[in-house]
Design a protein around this ligand. Structure first.
Ligand SMILES: O=C(O)C(=O)C[C@]1(C(=O)O)C=C[C@@H](O)C=C1
Length: 85
């Protein structure tokens, strides 16, 4: 039977975390680009950059899935996507 050392388990798990973080960062960048399309289209048709009702929906989804820290995460994502308000 082969045993895996704690060091090897940690190193392997950290590699997976780094790979997940790379994907998460890529998804955030993709979200920023898609969000920009929505914002620019709304502005070009006479609307405002921000849609508070839509943001409430998004905050609710993240809170439902992840609890209170989910709300904080969603607020950070929204700030990345539309800037500070
Ligand atoms: O869904 C929209 O209407 C968007 O403009 C996208 C988005 C977002 O990044 O999720 C960005 C700004 C708005 O205030 C609300 C949501």
């Amino acid at each position: 039977m082969t045993t895996t050392s704690p060091e090897a388990t940690i190193a392997d798990a950290r590699e997976r975390i780094d790979a997940l973080d790379d994907r998460i960062i890529g998804l955030i960048q993709e979200r920023m680009a898609v969000s920009d399309v929505v914002q620019q289209t709304r502005i070009a048709s006479g609307g405002r950059r921000v849609s508070l009702s839509r943001e409430m929906e998004i905050l609710g989804r993240y809170r439902e899935a992840l609890g209170k820290p989910g709300t904080t995460l969603a607020m950070t994502l929204l700030e990345l996507c539309r800037g500070r308000i």
